[in-house]
Design a binder for this molecule. Structure first.
Ligand code: MN
Length: 355
């Protein structure tokens, strides 16, 4: 045996990876032995491989998939550090979606009837505009007693795609929503919307739509979201974005590879990572929102939020007295800023019902 080589047993003890794991990592080319005895097949490792082996062990403990560990292992330390940071940012973003779902379920299973007898309802308005440059309007905006929705279609049949997605949700607007059943109801509605968009798209793989909708349960708003249309909440003068864009640039922002400012000028900023009908229906984000009287909700397509900065949206939302004025002012603002895309807005105010 060469000087300085360790048997697999000794190496295993030193790096705290089992011999079985070491054999697997050899096969996966994560960590090749320094030498394999041609007669016995025994694996031998060099002491200098310990550092690499320990890194593999730590990355396994972090939950990084083996294929990704192989990539990280091939990088220089600074690039490897960047990869680990990006991996973890992604884990946290995915965990946030699961956290919301868990909170939704807990909420749904424990929800008690509201103690106060204040009845709340929505005052709403929806409008969609072609904008200044696009030949047709492929957006769909809708607002009713219980349902608020914006869909931004793309591809040759983008307009019927966005319309079909919203139409598939329309039954939610007229049905009484059983409080304990919101999650299943939304899940089923997204399934229906997916099928409807599939029917429109046919064999075309470049046809689809975003879908961002709020469903009023009588005391709360359930959010369903897929794509890069957005939902905002204006509460006490502050504007909160309550959706996460399913876009390439947002995932790069999440991973620290891009700043929000750089994203606004990124050549692939329109690239969606999720939309209907692509992907499983469960890939839509679902969340339940407690509302307060005085809350103002905004749903919009990227023809607004890609053109008008959040601060300006906040100012216009704040100063408009009623939903219809808010919607029309926002659309006018997008158009006076060039109107490069179809622009759709839904604004809904949570108000106490007159007794
Ligand atoms: Mn758009």
């Amino acid at each position: 045996m060469d000087d300085g080589l360790l048997t697999i047993g000794a190496f295993s003890k030193a790096c705290r990876l089992s011999p079985k794991a070491l054999r697997l990592y050899d096969e996966l080319e994560l960590l090749r032995p320094a030498r394999v005895d041609p007669d016995t097949g025994y694996r031998y490792y060099a002491a200098r491989q310990l550092e690499r082996a320990r890194l593999v062990a730590w990355l396994r403990r972090l939950g990084m998939p083996l294929a990704r560990i192989r990539e990280v292992g091939a990088l220089a330390p600074s690039a490897a550090a960047e990869e680990i940071r990006a991996f973890w940012a992604r884990v946290e973003a995915e965990t946030a979606v699961r956290r919301d779902l868990a909170a939704f379920l807990v909420d749904q299973l424990t929800a008690a009837p509201r103690k106060d007898t204040t009845m709340l309802e929505l005052r709403y308005f929806a409008h969609s505009d072609r904008g200044r440059t696009r030949p047709e309007n492929q957006d769909t905006a809708y607002a009713g007693t219980r349902l608020l929705a914006v869909a931004d279609g793309f591809g040759p049949a983008g307009a019927p795609a966005s319309s079909a997605a919203v139409q598939a949700l329309r039954s939610l607007d007229t049905e009484e929503v059983p409080a304990g059943d919101v999650l299943n109801l939304l899940e089923e509605a997204v399934r229906g919307a997916t099928r409807a968009v599939q029917d429109v798209a046919g064999d075309a793989d470049d046809v689809g739509t975003t879908l961002t909708a709020l469903l009023w349960t009588g005391s709360r708003l359930a959010l369903v979201h897929i794509g890069d249309s957005r939902a905002y909440l204006l509460r006490d003068g502050a504007l909160f974005r309550i959706t996460h864009d399913h876009t390439l640039v947002q995932s790069m922002i999440d991973e620290g590879r891009l700043t929000p400012e750089e994203a606004t000028a990124h050549p692939r900023r329109a690239m969606l990572l999720k939309a209907l009908p692509a992907g499983a229906p469960t890939s839509a984000d679902l969340r339940l929102h407690d509302v307060r009287p005085g809350d103002r909700y905004l749903l919009c397509s990227d023809g607004l939020c890609g053109v008008v900065p959040d601060a300006r949206i906040r100012a216009l939302l704040t100063s408009a007295p009623a939903p219809d004025e808010a919607v029309l002012t926002l659309i006018t603002e997008a158009n006076t800023s060039g109107g490069p895309d179809n622009v759709s807005c839904v604004v809904a105010d949570v108000v106490e019902t007159a007794a």
